[in-house]
Design a protein around this ligand. Structure first.
Ligand code: NAP
Length: 676
């Protein structure tokens, strides 16, 4: 492989940098892999292009259309994944490490593609919560919505997961309808560039939706405004510098930071050496030290152990670490590859020296390390290093210094309270795990340390096999953490999309707001027509269209028949005296489920037609009891529609069951699948 001259992608065109070219080396053999030019980019133009071309183009699409783009991009990446795997060896990553980066990244696009179609409307406005009543007569209401920010998202990524790190930020951003400028970490930018190029060549995104910077960000921040967002992953040092940029403060630019984290894992206070949780803990600590050579923001840096078990745990971890083969990540027997660069190696070694001043190195001797493979002398290899701090309250450095490599510190705790306090002493982390079979200890941990963690994972004999482990951020779950971890949040399913949108409170009449949000709201008109709504195909159903049914009496015979037929002979339906003694009922009343069944009998149109299936009810409330002799009728209104594919879509119906005085007896939302 020759030396790659990395390019930037700006205004829809690739261009090499200019000026001084800086070389970046293979982590395995020290050969130059890529070089990046220092100049040649006009950041003002890039920002303007994103705002005026990419943003408007993306915002024309609905959430569903954008979600389909993510899926298509993920497919394109998967089709060319072997190219990426090949390149990834130069970063020091084993095939397993690269799988997390490459297929984990594509998986994040797949997950957001699927969530976008299942959980977001086929619309460009996202409703937040329920409408708020603001007036007695109901003619003035409030409702919250999200709309896309109209600027550009600047993504600054760390070196350790060049593909996943890029994609986990792009997925929610693009789904939100916001264009992005991606700036990868230079050390592994060749991986990010290759994955980015595959996405550009897939020709799925509209022009201007994404741009890419190889090299520094120059004066980019000077051009940001309140409609832009910066999402940063990297060291606390860089984060502080960028966060304090005067434009970020002056323009209130959204700044999301994911930075260093001294994540803890706690071995439960009840665990004994023969308990399954003991072995699971040891295995996880070793895994977190060695996967990606410990260059994981979520890795276990502090392993907290009941004081009586310190020696047992240390011995067990050492046995496992002793079996870890370090070397050329292409070799099948190698379990741990190299750090990303010699510079990173020097940094980790100097951090170990700092940590070593307050703790003992109990495993790891870099000088005597046997490195598997040919020509690896100039690589950035090191042994995993286990430290032991016997007095963790005095060893401040172990709660302050992140050695971003295969390094972890073992420390004892005296009680559950002590363990919780030590975990919190990391001053905010991305993740904490606990290996315990004691659910009351788990609850104490959540109450005691939840506020200091973005994610908490409890692993025990029941879930270990299927557990995703301590260190894996997942698209559906929040990734981020308070304090030292940066205070930011990413992913978390649709929560992550909202970081790139503005929430606005709307006020107005129900009719006006219904039209704006494309969903029928109580108080808005409910026009009726000659055609039964079940006869209308999906495309012909208008939001607000309503069926008002005939009424039907509910008799005592009906109630008894229903009770005997179903077996639901609850006293409120069967025993006049007992029912009357209940504060909610005037006497015997109809079953709620009977009312639902009668309601269906009143509103269905029985012959085959566009309604393919009833697949559930939401938000069911029985508001007023119905007594024998009362009668009910139904108002069935099209609340909202969401296509699922080219053949059918979901229709949400607002259903109101009314008594003979037109008071609401029950309300719910009915979900049907209707043919196009
Ligand atoms: P870094 O040195 O802070 O770099 C992070 C990113 O910032 C890189 O893209 C870097 O580009 C860029 N950068 C540096 N100075 C900049 C400036 N003045 N203006 C604009 N951009 C600038 O961090 P790293 O060494 O790549 O990553 C390791 C750190 O990241 C560790 O501390 C780790 O804990 C943290 N991390 C956190 C998470 C998380 O999710 N919380 C995930 C992974 C890593 P250049 O490479 O071109 O300098």
């Amino acid at each position: 492989m020759g030396v790659l001259r990395l390019r930037s992608f700006s205004e829809g065109k690739w261009s090499e940098g200019s000026g001084q070219f800086t070389p970046y080396y293979s982590a395995v053999n020290g050969d130059v892999v890529a070089e990046i030019g220092s100049g040649g980019k006009d950041f003002k133009v890039m920002v303007e292009y994103a705002r005026t071309v990419g943003g408007p183009a993306l915002r024309k699409f609905t959430f569903h259309e954008r979600a389909r783009m993510l899926k298509a991009l993920a497919q394109a990446l998967m089709a060319k994944k072997e190219e990426l795997y090949e390149l990834s060896y130069s970063t020091g990553a084993t095939r397993v490490d690269s799988w997390i980066d490459i297929e984990g990244g594509a998986g994040t696009f797949f997950a957001y593609g699927s969530k976008g179609r299942r959980e977001l409307p086929n619309d460009r406005v996202l409703i937040d919560g329920d409408p708020e009543a603001l007036s007695k007569g109901g003619t003035f209401i409030g409702h919250h919505v999200y709309t896309s920010l109209q600027g550009v998202a600047v993504h600054i990524n760390a070196f350790n997961f060049p593909v996943w790190g890029m994609l986990e930020k792009l997925a929610p951003t693009l789904l939100a309808g916001m264009p992005a400028i991606v700036k990868p970490a230079s050390a592994t930018a060749y991986m990010a560039e290759a994955a980015f190029r595959i996405m550009v060549e897939a020709d799925v995104l509209p022009e201007g939706a994404v741009q890419f910077i190889s090299g520094s960000t120059g004066d980019l921040f000077d051009h940001l405004t309140c409609q832009d967002a910066v999402s940063f992953t990297g060291s606390a040092h860089t984060s502080l510098k960028l966060r304090n940029h005067p434009v970020i403060t002056r323009e209130s630019v959204r700044f999301i930071a994911e930075q260093d984290s001294l994540n803890a894992s706690i071995l439960g206070p009840e665990v004994t050496p023969d308990a399954p949780e003991f072995g699971l803990f040891v295995k996880e600590v070793v895994k977190e030290m060695t996967v990606k050579a410990g260059q994981k923001c979520t890795a276990i840096r502090r392993a907290l152990v009941p004081e009586g078990l310190m020696d047992d745990v240390e011995a067990a971890i050492k046995v496992r670490l002793g079996k870890t083969v370090v070397g050329d990540p292409r070799l099948e027997n190698v379990r741990m590859g190299a750090l990303v660069s010699r510079t990173q190696l020097d940094d980790v070694r100097s951090k170990i020296a700092d940590l070593g001043s307050v703790s003992d190195i109990v495993f790891g001797d870099s000088d005597q390390l046997k490195i598997e493979g040919e020509g690896v002398d100039k690589g950035a290899f090191m042994s995993p290093v286990l430290l032991r701090a016997n007095d963790p309250w005095q060893a401040h450095a172990v709660h302050e210094i992140e050695a971003f490599g295969p390094v972890s510190t073992l420390m004892p705790y005296k009680s559950l309270e002590d363990a919780v306090a030590l975990a919190n002493h990391g001053k905010g982390s991305l993740v904490m795990s606990a290996f315990t079979y004691d659910s009351s200890a788990a609850r104490e941990m959540v109450l005691g340390t939840g506020a200091f963690h973005g994610r908490m994972v409890f692993i025990n004999r029941d879930c270990a096999k299927e557990s995703t482990g301590h260190g894996s951020p997942l698209p559906a779950l929040v990734h981020g953490g308070p304090g030292r971890a940066g205070g930011g949040e990413e992913m978390g399913g649709i929560r992550g999309v909202k970081h790139y949108m503005q929430r606005t409170a709307l006020q107005g009449s129900p009719e006006m707001l219904s039209s704006v949000v494309n969903s029928w709201l109580p108080g808005a008109p409910q026009p009726t027509g000659k055609t039964h709504p079940f006869r209308l195909p999906f495309g012909k159903l208008e939001v607000g269209y309503t069926l008002e049914t005939a009424s039907r009496e509910v008799t005592l015979d009906d109630i008894e028949h229903f009770a005997n037929f179903t077996g639901d002979t609850f006293y409120a339906h069967m025993d006049e005296e007992a029912a009357a003694a209940n504060p909610f009922f005037p006497g015997r009343v109809a079953h709620g489920y009977l009312l639902l069944s009668f309601a269906a009998g009143l509103f269905v149109e029985p012959s085959p037609g566009p309604v393919l299936a009833n697949y559930g009810l939401e938000n069911l409330r029985f508001v007023k009891p119905v007594s024998p002799g009362d009668s009910i009728s139904v108002k069935l209104t099209v609340k909202s529609k969401s296509p699922r594919n080219e053949e059918y879509g979901e229709v949400k119906w607002a259903v109101m069951i009314l008594n003979k005085d037109s008071e609401v007896a029950a309300t719910y939302e009915l979900l049907t699948m209707n043919a196009m």
